[in-house]
Design a binder for this molecule. Sequence first.
Ligand code: NAD
Ligand code: TYD
Length: 336
Amino acid sequence: MFQVLVTGGCGFIGSNFVRHLLTTRNDVVVTNLDKLTYAGNPQNLADVADKPRYQFIEGDIADAKIVRVAARKKDAIFNFAAESHVDRSIHDSTVFVRTNVLGTQVLLDAAREMHVSRYIQISTDEVYGSLGPTGYFTEESRIAPNSPYSASKAAADLLVQSYIHTFGLNANITRCSNNYGPWQFPEKLIPLFITNLLRDQAVPIYGLGRNIRDWIHVLDHCTAIEAVWREGKPGATYNIGGECELTNMQVTEKLLAILAKPHSLICHVVDRPGHDARYAIDCSKIKSELGWRPQIHFDKGLHETVRWYAEHSRWVEEIRNGEYRNYYQKQYGQVA
Ligand code: NAD
Ligand code: TYD
């Protein structure tokens, strides 16, 4: 049996990863350490929470005492826990530094102290900054973050690299492109637009909608992380991408078509300060070294994601009736 610690397992990607481990493998026992911030929702794992191979600890990754307890006798740590939304980091970056940087340092020290044999840091392509119209991020690209969110993730990556170099920690960093799929908090582009369109509410496109993101289904991200855990080279960084570049306007048009909604629901709003123009991942390293590749075509994944949000209106409503209302008002100057 592998005993693993997943942090941030009640968030979007973490909950998909925990479910993936518990439902596709019978040799893994999962401890999930999550602070249950606005983005952490125990409902995301309600269908697997009573499995005997699952344990939940409510706690903060920046709290060394609780992290030491959670990391005891673990074979691996997967660090998903983070403040993850760029727009919130523009409003206030304090908690981004605390969780994403200090929290990572606390986990790294616990991994050393508790002799955890493997540490996997879930990072992002945003640490590379922004691309022009051509070219791709490779693992050799310069770290050049532009937002407080990506700067805090880059700082965490540098800490992980320093623990690999200085202490010989057996760690990997994964840097993935934009995820979409079930259980994503509706502050991010795709679930925000789906949940608004389902209510015939306008969708706020920043600027002209020409910014490009490389989209990957969350389950493809999960299988990539599992491949890195299984066969990743000690100390290596792996880029993960969906090989699916789209402008925000193209994504929006696909959503309008799936939901049969009019273009009049598009609303151009003031652009995000420092908005990165384009992200595009070269994931040839993980493909050639580990034999991984993305399996879920964007159009199919997007249809299924739209259906998932339509079928989970209670989950959405509970979020929209909570702290989200204040955030929406602050970010968009309107009621959610
Ligand atoms: P999310 O915001 O949906 O979830 C974050 C989770 O972390 C929540 O459950 C929250 O309660 C928990 N958390 C926050 N602060 C914590 C703390 N101090 N201690 C313990 N738990 C805490 O985020 P996500 O979209 O699932 O992203 C997960 C990870 O993947 C992040 O590290 C993010 O940087 C990275 N990532 C995300 C994307 C994406 O498109 N969403 C892409 C690449 C990488
Ligand atoms: P987001 O989902 O916040 O992810 P990230 O900024 O980490 O890539 O945003 C994806 C893209 O969509 C990004 O270019 C910003 C844009 N966007 C909008 O146009 N309107 C919105 O309301 C949001 C949340 C994002």
